[in-house]
Design a protein around this ligand. Structure first.
Ligand SMILES: Cc1ncc(COP(=O)(O)O)c(C=O)c1O
Length: 405
C-alpha cells in the first residue's frame, strides 16, 4: 500500500508503522527502542552499515541502525510519520523546536550569507537570527511588516540563502501568505523555511504550498500534553539525508527515543485535538471580543482579523493560540492573571490544558521596547493557548478575572 495516498487521520495513527511492521515487531503499538546503540549481526555487517557514503550512494540512506545520535528505530517511525503528514520526503527528529531551527540554519549558512526573516517569530528564533548568527558573519534582514509582501520583495535577492516565516505567528497571530512567499523564494532561487508549530500538519501543510522546509516544535500540539521537549525538520529526502550525514550527528541534536515514543502516542489524537482546540479558541475569542474590558483580540478565526480570509484559504481550522489586549497596562494584565482560578500562567502553548502568559514580561522580555512595539507585543497584551477543556468553564474563569480589573 502506498502510504502517501492515505488520509492524515489514518497516517497520524499508523504512518511509518503499518500492518506489516506491527506484525513483524509483534507489537500493535510502536516499540520503544530506549537504547543508545544498536548491535550488528556480525563484524562484517557493522562494517557494511558504517560504509555510509556507499550506502547513501547506492540506497539513498543509512541501511541499519548505528547510534541514537544518528538514527534509532523509534525515531525512524516518528520521522516517517511526520514526513508523511507534512507531505515531505524525509524528516529529522530533534531535541527541541529550537534544535531543529538552529540545525537548519547551521547547515545552510556560512559567513557572508544573507537571510531574510519575519520579526513575528518566537523570540528565541528571532534572537538566533538577529543577534547570534550575525556574530558568525551572517547578515540578517528583518521584515517588520511580514503581512506586506512588498517588504519581502524589497529584501529578498539572489544572495538570500533562505527566508524564514512563522505562520500563524506567536503571539500576535500574523498570517503569512505561503504561496506568495514560496513564489518569491522560487523567483530568487532561494528557500522558504516555515515554522508550522502553531498550525500543525493537520491544519496547514506549507510544503504543498511551495515551501521548501518545515520545522515544528513537537513540544507543543504534536505531543500534546506538555510532557516532552522535541522538534522536527521536514523537507526533501535528499536534503534531510544530507543534514543527517554530518551536521545532525556533529551538533548532536537528536530527539530522545522516549520523547519520540510519547510523541507518537500524542500524534494519534492530533486531528481530534486540533478540531477541539480550534472550536474552543473561536468561542473564547468571540467572548473576549465582545467584552468591554478587552480592546482587541488577535485570532485568525475572527472575521475582524486582517489575515482571516487568507487563513481560511490556507488553513483547515485556526488552532488554539490567541492573544488579547486589555483595557489598561501591565498592572491590570498581572491582576487578570492572578485572578484566574482555572487557567495557569505558564509560557507554553499547544497542550490539552489551557495556559496564559504576559509575553512582554516573560517570553519576549529580552526584546527592546522598540522591537516589542514593532512586533505588536504591548504591555497590555496577554497570550492564551486554549486547551480542550469545556469552553464554558474557560469563559467563566476569564469573565470572573476580567471583572476584577
Ligand atoms: C512558534 C514556535 N516555534 C518554535 C518554538 C521553539 O520550540 P521548543 O520550545 O520546542 O524549542 C516555540 C516555543 O515556544 C514556538 O512557540
Amino acid at each position: 500500500m502506498n502510504e502517501k495516498e492515505l488520509d492524515p487521520r489514518t497516517l497520524q495513527v499508523m504512518g511509518g508503522y503499518g500492518l506489516e511492521q506491527s506484525v513483524e515487531a509483534e507489537s500493535l503499538a510502536p516499540p520503544l527502542a530506549q537504547s543508545v546503540a544498536h548491535p550488528f549481526k556480525s563484524a562484517e555487517h557493522a562494517e557494511w552499515v558504517f560504509d555510509t557514503e556507499a550506502n547513501y550512494e547506492e540506497y539513498g540512506g543509512l541501511q541499519g541502525y548505528i547510534y541514537t545520535r544518528e538514527n534509532n528505530p523509534t525515531l525512524d517511525i516518528f520521522e516517517d510519520r511526520i514526513a508523511l503528514l507534512e507531505g515531505g520526503g524525509g524528516a529529522l527528529a530533534t531535541s527541541s523546536g529550537m534544535a531543529a531551527i538552529s540545525l537548519v540554519a547551521l547547515f545552510a549558512l556560512e559567513a557572508g550569507d544573507e537571510i531574510v526573516v519575519s520579526n513575528h517569530t518566537y523570540t528565541c528564533s528571532f534572537e538566533l537570527f538577529s543577534r547570534t548568527l550575525p556574530r558568525f558573519g551572517v547578515e540578517t534582514k528583518v521584515v517588520d511588516h511580514p503581512e506586506e509582501l512588498s517588504q519581502w520583495e524589497e529584501m529578498v535577492t539572489e544572495n538570500t540563502e533562505f527566508m524564514f516565516v512563522e505562520t500563524p505567528s506567536n503571539p500576535v497571530l500574523y498570517v503569512g501568505d505561503l504561496e506568495a512567499l514560496a513564489g518569491l523564494a522560487d523567483a530568487n532561487g532561494t528557500k522558504l523555511i516555515v515554522d508550522n508549530t502553531i498550525a500543525t500538519p493537520i491544519i496547514q501543510r506549507p510544503l504543498e504550498m511551495g515551501a521548501d522546509v518545515v520545522i515544528e516544535s513537537v513540544s507543543k500540539f504534536i505531543s500534546g500534553n506538555g510532557t516532552i521537549l522535541g522538534g522536527v525538520l521536514v523537507g526533501e529526502d535528499e536534503f534531510i539525508q544530507e543534514i543527517r550525514r554530518l551536521e545532525y550527528i556533529q551538533y548532536g541534536n537528536a530527539m530522545a527515543p522516549f520523547n519520540a515514543w510519547l510523541s507518537l502516542l500524542g500524534l494519534e489524537s492530533l486531528d481530534m485535538r486540533m478540531k477541539k482546540h480550534s472550536e474552543n479558541a473561536l468561542e473564547v475569542a468571540r467572548f473576549l471580543e465582545d467584552h468591554s474590558a478587552v480592546e482587541k483580540v488577535n485570532y485568525p478565526g475572527l472575521e475582524s482579523h486582517p489575515g482571516h480570509e487568507l487563513a481560511k484559504r490556507q488553513m483547515d481550522g485556526f488552532s488554539a493560540l490567541l492573544s488579547f489586549a486589555i483595557d489598561g497596562g501591565k498592572e491590570e494584565a498581572f491582576e487578570l492573571l492572578n485572578s484566574l482560578e482555572l487557567i495557569p500562567t505558564a509560557t507554553h502553548e499547544g497542550s490539552s490544558r489551557s495556559v496564559i502568559c504576559h509575553p512582554a514580561s516573560t517570553i519576549f522580555h529580552r526584546l527592546t521596547d522598540e522591537e516589542l512595539e514593532e512586533a505588536g507585543i504591548l504591555k497590555n497584551l496577554l497570550r492564551l493557548s486554549v486547551g480542550i477543556e469545556s469552553a464554558d468553564d474557560l469563559i467563566k474563569d476569564l469573565d470572573r478575572a476580567l471583572s476584577k480589573i
